[in-house]
Design a protein around this ligand. Sequence first.
Ligand code: COD
Ligand code: ZN
Ligand code: ZN
Length: 364
Amino acid sequence: MKAAVLYKVGEPLVIDELTLDPPKAGEVRVRVAANGACHSDLHVMTGDMRMPLPIVLGHEGAGIVTEVGPGVTSVREGDHVVLSFAPTCGVCSFCTQGYPHLCETRPKTLGTLLDGTTRLHKNGTDVFHFAFTASFAEETVVPESCAIKIRPDVPLDRACFVGCGTMTGIGAAINTARVQPGSSVAVLGCGGVGLNVIQGAALAGARQIIAVDLVPQKLDLAKVFGATHCVNPTQDDPLTAVMDLTGGRGVDYAFEVISTPKTIELAFKMTARRGVCTIVGVSPEGARISLNPNVFTMTEKRLQGSYYGSTRPRIDMPRLLDLYMEGKIKIDELVSRTFPLEGVNEAYDLLRQGSVARSVIKFF
Ligand code: COD
Ligand code: ZN
Ligand code: ZN
């Protein structure tokens, strides 16, 4: 089968023919219908996120189950699924507390399935799986808990976004930060994920949503997703602008959705007393932030992270798709371009240039 493989950091993905082993016990084979071009794969391509190579990227996918391994009970052949990149065991301390995205039974090895091996090979050599999903490929094998059954009437080239951007963003606002009705919010970075933080905050009833991005088209899109105010740091100082818009108090909730230490520090500064600053981005390895510890004491501000929108995949993903089908959340507006697998490098060039929020790779 065809897949987009990263052989070397800094080089384009290679569209290659790979072999895919059948699913082992507790695994599911999926024919991938569509996969979004999210920024996290780009972090691997640039070396900001280190992964073993060669690797099949892609973690924002949806498709149809074609085969299940022994013991699989939650899906069967023909089911439509969104691919989750967070395997869950259902029984560990975090799973049972309602935080399955933090499941503690993940393998220590990067780029493999749960048993520490890969199903992907090229001429007998192992090829790694990014994020358990490896969905820039015609087919993939994933752990059962990563194949989330969804209603069959959702177009799969839209459902795929619930596998990352839509879930990560809306979940950061609603599940992690628990944005309150009437509150004020600032979102730094209005890419595929940040736009969804904005729409999550709007869904939660925030009164004021301030979008911050360097690219004017992203700020236009931010308004479509529910931003009430836009700030472009190339024109206005974002801290001054946010303070002016909030009567000098700062926002109740700030979100960093860019992934640099500087913008994390900035997001924290624009957070009000008792407010919560949530980091969604993962900065390059070795990055450090610098904060005055006394600010925590004197203002009771909080700083926290959000991973995968604190998703409970089997509850939240079908629920987001119900909201989409009822016209209550936007996904179509996120998608600027559609490409075949061969267009994956062009899709990432466009993301790098900042000219699109999301492109989707459509297999069928
Ligand atoms: N000030 C304001 N805006 C900026 C700045 C800046 N200094 N620098 C960049 N931006 C804007 C860009 O114009 C762009 O619109 C936006 O920030 C970034 O958007 P995208 O579309 O490139 O990226 P996303 O939305 O796909 O991903 C953003 C993340 C922060 C989630 C990603 O980079 C990341 O850190 N991923 C790892 C976290 C993780 O694992 N999440 C789950 C899987 S994605
Ligand atoms: Zn668990
Ligand atoms: Zn992603």
